[in-house]
Design a protein around this ligand. Structure first.
Ligand code: FES
Ligand code: FES
Length: 165
């Protein structure tokens, strides 16, 4: 049996060291080895965005991303975005606007939106559409998702203003 290699990285702001096989894909590492099943497997081919996570501030498709590439990187999954008791503004906004229906696409949508808002805190419609172009939703028709991202941007701006007061 092939021997795995130790991989160390930061996952949701905590250091992690795990053994991985050379061919392990990040999505399998997260879901199967580390039990973080919030990140979904849709197509498994880089087409649907259900598996989107953030690696060093960039949204990536975890279903195509070799696990070894996250060595010394910072990885953020939906589990690290917020908690049930303390939702991230994006999670609040998605719920408030009805942008969550079956919910299967939601973790990926949230993570792509998060990556966008880190770089572009006040995005216009086209910027949101471009950022979410790789995330498919069968249920919502996207209008509510667009609205949710704008609402989250507003909430995040307001909380910054409040912090400055
Ligand atoms: S599961 Fe990764 S893009 Fe569809
Ligand atoms: S809410 Fe069902 S796929 Fe998007």
């Amino acid at each position: 049996m092939s021997k795995g290699k130790e991989l160390s990285f930061t996952l949701n702001n905590k250091p992690v060291t795990v053994e991985v096989e050379p061919h392990t894909i990040l999505l399998d590492l997260l879901r199967e080895k580390l039990g973080l099943t919030g990140t979904k497997r849709g197509c498994g081919e880089g087409e649907c965005g259900a598996c989107t996570v953030i690696v060093n501030n960039e949204a990536v498709n975890a279903c195509l991303y070799p696990a070894w590439k996250v060595e010394n990187c910072s990885v953020l999954t939906v589990e690290g975005l917020g908690s049930e008791e303390n939702l991230h503004p994006l999670q609040e906004a998605f719920l408030e606007t009805g942008a969550v229906q079956c919910g299967f696409c939601t973790p990926g949508m949230l993570m792509s939106s998060y990556a966008l808002l880190q770089k572009t805190p006040d995005p216009d419609d086209d910027e949101i559409k471009t950022a979410l172009a790789g995330n498919l939703c069968r249920c919502t028709g996207y209008v509510k998702i667009l609205e949710a991202v704008k609402k989250a941007a507003y909430k995040m701006k307001q909380s910054e203003v409040n912090e400055e007061k």
